[in-house]
Design a protein around this ligand. Sequence first.
Ligand code: ATP
Ligand code: MG
Length: 393
Amino acid sequence: MVYQSFLIKYAEIGTKGKNRYLFEDALIHQIRNALKKVEGKFLASKESGRIYVQAQSSYDYDDVMEALRRVFGIAWICPVLQREDKDYESIKKTVLEYMDEVYPDKDYTFKVESRRADKEYPIHSEQINRDLGEAILQRFPQARVDVHRPDVLLRVEIRKVVNIYSQMIPGPGGMPVGTNGKAMLLLSGGIDSPVAGYMIAKRGVKIDAVYFHAPPYTSERAKQKVVDLAKLVAKYSGPIPLHIVNFTDIQLYLYEKCPHEELTILMRRYMMRIAERLARDTGGLALITGESIGQVASQTVQSLASTNEVCSMPVFRPLIGFDKQEIVDISQKIGTFETSIQPYEDCCTIFVAKHPVIKPNLERIRKSEESVREKLEEMAETAVQSAEMVWCD
Ligand code: ATP
Ligand code: MG
């Protein structure tokens, strides 16, 4: 069946009332973005309080679905058969063709729900429901009517054109990206941070990302893996500017000057500081990490408190209460898992002490930092200034 149009239904509207149009406009913008990469010509627009994607050329159904199923803010996608011919007999004929093709197994219950938006149309919706129901029963004797809980709810709308649809394919939910400010994702090559970015983007937040690499201790391949992950997250969030910060000098300096068991925490504090600076420079309002309580030594509550205290921006940790398996499940669902488990090391693993502090004492950490602070301030500034930007789309 070739559908001329897709009706887009959204569920949650964060900005209600007068701001609703902002939400709708952002959604249309994101739909257009997503469809740019699909072969064919499409028109996404608002029409009498609804959002439609109109196909203006031939297209591949699966490609369109795949793209739309990634647009946050979409609750349901309904493929619509559209006919200009409003002749009553023609409508009946089309409805029967539709039912025949979409439901090859005729053993279903159904209900017809028609709407006559075009009030000039001579037949009332009650009558249309009855006539179409009867026609379906006659043609497919196995089908039965159930007005309370039908397997198939067939909608027929008489508008400027006739819309026929019954399928509702779930979208990803959430809110359109761009309706909720921007945040800086600390993106490593692991499983967690891409999932964290996905989850925050799902709430309508635009994503920038930062990756700290430490050549030659971390390889070009490790960096490429992060670029690949950013591109995978960008399939949902829209383009991600990925800032790549050279962290080698800072790591070496900390390694030389500070107690090794505190290295991880101290490095993480500098990552957060630099990420915050980059966020500020690029209009970001918050940071995002893939941390989850207790997952590793640097994610005990004490460690989190210690890395948190160097930031003044809010730090979003959407995975904070998740078990590893729950995070793995999401990463598989969104398609980042396979890339995340490629074996290239990220920068932390090289400098990890054999026995890192698990419950860092804040006072002691601050003290360790005191002597290196000034020099590191300078180095952090250099790192920010010399960051490379890769556009991930
Ligand atoms: P992930 O799976 O996201 O790599 P992880 O379990 O390896 O997380 P850590 O290495 O402790 O955990 O990192 C915690 C968080 O810190 C990551 O989720 C990420 O947000 C950030 N992070 C860690 N290393 C880097 C890095 N090299 N560049 C950017 N962010 C990083
Ligand atoms: Mg990691």
